[in-house]
Write a protein that binds this ligand. Structure first.
Ligand code: NAI
Ligand code: MG
Length: 324
């Protein structure tokens, strides 16, 4: 079967790194790619950063590969994530041999609830001086993210930690932790729970003690960015936004206007996002081939300037294709 992949390069270095991921996917498998527009450039031309056609493509394609948007990022990426029905944001943060990382032994995967918590969008002005925000935690969403996290951990052989602050937010995070505990029992899986502030300290000091970290929305946002700093920076970090039937894959980084157009953007984060895409499409062999090529190129070089090298994006592409 040929899966349809919607390709949305977007702005800045999105235009440079996404084509590398597409040629890598094309090398390992049989996919049908269709390219769509989104981002600042489209907004300047039409007044709208996310064309209806692009949103529909995300809603109907088997998977979507996104690069980055610039200033319009929130207006592009949030609707695209809902277009695929994303409930889980998966962010692996792993150090690789050959890369100068703070913690060469870190191998973490953040599984972040992606629909509620403090990002449910329920804010109001109570008076001129008082503003409030409602934090929403539901049993179904907590169950869905916990099930995803425990399945992922079992499949990839990781321990599970559930991050929370139930000592203060007893009703909401209490429900999150309790539900995760039930799911752990149903899966016959071990897990630990940890207060998210203490976890932040321990992640900096002993990241190798952790594997899959299941988080409510805000905690997952912050802790996964923290973890990015432990393993060598933004040019290496992929992510997946998983829905019940579809998913969107994107590097964690943005459009990097400071280096856009110079041909030196690191394409690895996007290539690793493409590997996650293969895995989602149940093409484990293709995913493994891509990851192996990435690990070989990271170990032996060449490297782009963000990793201390002098290679261009194109040279990384050639090195990856040669390994494949
Ligand atoms: P950024 O991730 O674009 O860049 C941060 C720093 O990391 C820059 O110095 C950049 O050169 C470097 N960097 C990022 N990716 C790299 C790569 N692949 N290779 C080499 N170096 C890389 O974040 P920043 O600067 O905060 O935002 C720039 C623009 O991107 C803004 O307009 C922002 O709105 C947008 N943005 C979009 C996102 C998305 O589309 N998902 C996410 C984050 C930011
Ligand atoms: Mg963030």
């Amino acid at each position: 079967m040929t899966e349809e992949i919607a390709v949305i390069p977007g702005d800045g270095i999105g235009q440079e790194v996404v084509p590398v991921a597409v040629s890598v996917l094309d090398e390992v498998g049989d996919f049908a790619f269709t390219e769509y527009d989104a981002g600042d450039r489209v907004q300047e031309e039409t007044g709208e950063p996310l064309p209806e056609e692009t949103k529909r493509a995300a809603e109907t394609s088997d998977a979507t590969l996104f690069g980055a948007a610039g200033e319009s990022a929130a207006d592009v990426i949030l609707p695209l994530r809902s277009a695929v029905g994303s409930f889980a944001n998966v962010r692996p943060a792993r150090a690789y041999p050959g890369i100068d990382a703070l913690h060469p032994d870190a191998d973490l995967v953040f599984v972040r609830e992606n629909t509620e918590g403090v990002y449910a969008g329920i804010e109001s002005d109570l008076t001129d001086e008082v503003r409030t925000l409602t934090r929403v935690i539901t049993e179904p969403a907590s169950r869905r993210i916990a099930e995803f996290g425990f399945d992922y951990a079992a499949e990839h052989d990781y321990d599970v930690t559930v991050a929370h602050k139930a000592n203060v937010m007893a009703r909401t995070d209490g429900l999150f932790v309790e539900t995760a505990g039930q799911v752990a029992d149903e899966h016959g899986a071990d897990h630990e729970t940890q207060l998210m502030d203490a976890l932040a300290t321990d992640l900096v000091m002993n990241p190798a003690d952790y594997g899959v970290v299941i988080c409510p929305n805000l905690a997952g946002d912050v802790l996964s960015d923290l973890a990015a700093g432990l393993v060598g920076g933004l040019g290496l970090l992929p992510s997946a936004n998983i829905g019940p039937e579809r998913a969107l894959f994107e590097p964690v980084h943005g459009s990097a206007p400071d280096i856009a157009g110079k041909g030196i953007a690191n394409p690895i984060a996007t290539v690793l996002s493409a590997a996650m895409c293969c895995e989602f499409l149940e093409r484990a062999d293709e995913a493994e081939r891509i990851r192996t090529a990435v690990m070989e190129v990271l170990a032996d070089g060449p490297h782009t300037p963000d990793l201390g090298g002098e290679a261009t994006t194109e040279e990384i592409e050639s090195a990856l294709l040669a390994r494949l």
